[in-house]
Design a protein around this ligand. Structure first.
Ligand SMILES: C[S@@+](CC[C@H](N)C(=O)[O-])C[C@H]1O[C@@H](n2cnc3c(N)ncnc32)[C@H](O)[C@@H]1O
Length: 283
């Protein structure tokens, strides 16, 4: 393991802190894992393909270890080593409890901007629903390229520009009762919301040696307010971190979201990106 520099970290500390304090508590709830983005993450992971010489697999923003939970059997049967990297202490603690033992997994403090690994030491990078939290996609791509072998590959799943556009309107309406305009604007810029084209451009450190594809998928998923809150609270803690009266905010949010309800329930309009990088050397 390479020692990381803690100074002047380009990682957004407010996001990491809120994941650490609140997100980690809600994250292991089965509803978070089985509904909406939990379910979509599962679908994504079970389509990821491994090659016979994939031995070192890196999961960045590993959270509580979802990738290893889902693909653990494949790691064992293919004799692959899984390295999880995560900046939020609360998430890391749960991941370490699950994967800090003798198995094929290790979990370390780190981030997209500061990966505690040697140059060209990883066969495959996987990441689920973490890349949109970085300050700079380009800086993240540069650091991923540093650790990925020239023969390696990557499969990354992140949210896209229009993710939850309708749902977000209700969130902003509720936020208005609790935050200043400036605070709302700050929460709106926490997440990287990019189109496939913008994402592809930010990955320019990969362009010379990798065939890089960025595909966008959309879907509408319906649920009750409580269904949505199980996943939303776990995955969006930075958005409500500044709100003082969180219980009152939840009452206001219920009112706003229920206004958007249909016969099928409250809709969430998902939009997500799947980034694949395949080495031109292997082509
Ligand atoms: C929605 S969770 C996803 C966790 C896990 N990958 C999963 O799918 O269950 C987002 C994770 O990204 C982490 N994160 C936030 N900023 C990050 C950064 N700059 N680099 C790496 N991870 C980051 C958070 O701490 C959190 O654990």
């Amino acid at each position: 393991m390479v020692k990381m520099s803690q100074e002047n970290t380009p990682t957004r500390q407010s996001t990491v802190q809120s994941y650490s304090e609140r997100g980690s508590k809600a994250y292991e709830d089965p509803m978070n894992k089985e509904f909406l983005y939990g379910e979509i993450t599962r679908r994504f992971l079970h389509q990821v393909e491994f090659q016979p010489n994939d031995k070192v697999i890196l999961d960045i923003g590993c959270g509580t270890g979802f990738v290893f939970d889902e693909l653990g059997d494949q790691f064992l049967s293919r004799d692959m080593r899984g390295i999880g990297v995560e900046p939020a202490a609360g998430m890391l603690e749960i991941a370490r409890r699950k994967y800090g033992g003798d198995g094929p997994f290790t979990v370390h403090e780190g981030s997209f901007e500061n990966i505690p690994l040697e140059n060209r030491s990883v066969d495959k990078i996987i990441s689920t629903l973490a890349l949109h939290w970085v300050k700079s996609l380009e800086a993240a791509a540069r650091e991923m390229r540093r650790v990925l072998k020239n023969t390696g590959s990557l499969d990354i799943f992140m949210i896209a520009k229009d993710d939850g556009a309708q749902f977000k309107k209700a969130i902003v309406a509720a936020q208005r009762k609790h935050l200043t305009f400036a605070q709302i604007m700050t929460t709106a810029t926490l997440v990287q919301r990019v189109t496939p084209k913008e994402c592809h451009a930010a990955f320019h450190p990969f362009h010379d040696d990798f065939d890089l594809r960025v595909e966008m998928f959309t879907d509408v998923v319906y649920g009750t307010f409580d269904d949505h809150m199980k996943w939303w609270k776990a995955r969006s803690t930075p958005v409500i971190a500044e709100i003082k009266d969180k219980d009152r905010f939840m009452v206001d949010l219920r009112e706003e979201l229920e206004k958007t309800g249909t016969d099928k329930g409250i809709p969430f309009d998902t939009a997500y990106l799947w980034i694949t990088g395949r080495s031109k050397t292997n082509a």
